[in-house]
Design a protein around this ligand. Sequence first.
Ligand code: SAM
Length: 264
Amino acid sequence: MNPPSRPKKSFGQHFLHERRYIERIVNAISPRPDDFLVEIGPGEGALTFPLLAAAGKLTAIELDTDLIPRLQANAADVGELSIVHADVLKVDFTALAHRAGVSCLRIAGNLPYYISSPILFHCVEHAAAISDMHFMLQKEVVDRMAAEPGSKVYGRLSVMLQLACRVEPLFEVPPGAFRPPPKVDSAVVRLVPIAPEARHDADPDRLHTIVKAAFAQRRKTLGNALRQWMDTDAIRQADVDPKARAETLSPADFVRLAKVETAS
Ligand code: SAM
């Protein structure tokens, strides 16, 4: 058996080693034998093996080739581990669920922090094929995801995530729980996609454009920040004050802005 590989900075590798945090994450996920579990970034398997033991099977997506033989060998007596060697951002979760013949996936992972926001946006795109997600992230990112209007950290991530999912911060994890310790505090969050019938019906591209433009210049009034996309009359039609700033708007306000018919 190969010895454990040295954690690679370029892959955002910080391996979780403290048993009590591993147990808390697995308990929060509470895997059942009929779940179709997908883990993003199994690393050396800190979460993989307890999840596999509880669910009996698991699909893990790992980019680092060097980690795969060890994962495969260690899984042999635990359960059915299927490893997808790929960049998670290129994995089509909807197609994965379809191929597996299941309506929904349960996704988990101690995410590589260097691409945590792109991974979150990628998962949101496939929210209809996901029943829940449990992620370890930088605490600062979890704070932004769960932030409410008026908070300093409320922004694009808060609005887009809250329009797609219920965001439930669970608990914090200190740097010492990882090898090597990251420079930041971490936190575990649960995301539960909003049922399709309860989701907003704005055009997703338009919504994204409006939210991005509004927060790109968060010190400006909406009238100024959205000038390229809609005029002040259109903003008023959405029942929003053009003199307001993006950070004071609720996610529902952004949906109304995205739904206003504009001349352009
Ligand atoms: N789950 C392990 C643990 O808790 O100890 C490892 C977590 S480590 C923070 C992140 C993992 O994601 C590493 O195994 C890394 O190789 C993997 N990874 C990094 N970039 C990835 C990508 N684009 N797609 C899939 N996995 C990736």
